[in-house]
Design a protein around this ligand. Structure first.
Ligand code: ATP
Ligand code: MG
Length: 183
C-alpha cells in the first residue's frame, strides 16, 4: 500500500479543500516557517486515530478545526482523507479487494469524530485494524518526528519492547488476545 493523496478541508491552516498528491516514493514538502508543513503530518496521524491534543500540537481536540484568521471566519468541521493505492493487492482481509483505500476522519465542532473507509462509516478500531502491526499508526514508528529518536534511545524496557513488537508484527496478536480476554 502506498499513500497517494492527502485531502484536507477545515483542518488547521487548510481551510479550503486541498488535495496534496504524492506521486512518487520520495516526496519533499518545503516552504517557509509556519506555512503548514507540520500540519500535513498532523493530519496523517490524526486520520490514523491520534487523539491526544498535545501530540497534535493543540490544547483540545477541537483545535484541529480551522479557527479563523484576520481574513477568514472559523469553520465548524475538519476532515482529512488519506488515499492509499492498493493496486498491488498487499492488503489482506475485508478491504483487500479494493484497488484504492480511502480513509477519512471528520470532526464537528461540537461532536465526536467519525471515521470512514471508502465512504463506509466504520469505527476507529476498524481503521486501526488495517494498520496494526505495520508501524503505521498515530503512534507507530512510521512517522519519525523531532525528538522521537531520543525517545527511543531513552525508552524504558517496556516501551522499547512495544516498538519491537510493532516492528515484528506481533502487536496485532497481542491486541487480539487482550480483546478476547476482555470478553
Ligand atoms: P516550521 O517550518 O516552523 O516547522 P510549518 O510549515 O511546519 O513551520 P505548521 O506548524 O505546520 O508550520 O503550521 C503552523 C501554522 O498553522 C500557524 O500559522 C498556525 O496559525 C496555523 N494553525 C494551526 N492550527 C490552526 C487552526 N486550528 N486554525 C488556523 N490555523 C492554524
Ligand atoms: Mg514544522
Amino acid at each position: 500500500m502506498r499513500l497517494s493523496e492527502i485531502k484536507l478541508a477545515g483542518f488547521k491552516s487548510f481551510v479550503d479543500p486541498t488535495v496534496i498528491p504524492l506521486p512518487g516514493n520520495l516526496v519533499g514538502i518545503v516552504g517557509p516557517n509556519g506555512c503548514g508543513k507540520s500540519n500535513v503530518i498532523d493530519a496523517v496521524r490524526w486520520v490514523l486515530g491520534e487523539s491526544r491534543a498535545s501530540a497534535l500540537r493543540g490544547e483540545s481536540l477541537q483545535d484541529v478545526i480551522f479557527n479563523g484568521s484576520a481574513k477568514r471566519a472559523s469553520v465548524g468541521r475538519a476532515s482529512v482523507e488519506l488515499v492509499f493505492d492498493n493496486s498491488a493487492g498487499k492488503l489482506a482481509g475485508q478491504w483487500g479487494k479494493y484497488g484504492q483505500i480511502a480513509i477519512k476522519r471528520i470532526i464537528q465542532k461540537a461532536g465526536e469524530s467519525t471515521y470512514y473507509i471508502n465512504n463506509i462509516h466504520v469505527r476507529r478500531r476498524d481503521v486501526a485494524d488495517i494498520f496494526l502491526g505495520t508501524g503505521v499508526s498515530g503512534r507507530g514508528y512510521a512517522i519519525i518526528e523531532q525528538g522521537m529518536i531520543s525517545r527511543v534511545i531513552e525508552a524504558k524496557p517496556q516501551e522499547l519492547r512495544a516498538f519491537l513488537e510493532e516492528a515484528a508484527g506481533i502487536s496485532r496478536y497481542r491486541e487480539r488476545r487482550h480483546e478476547s480476554e476482555l470478553r
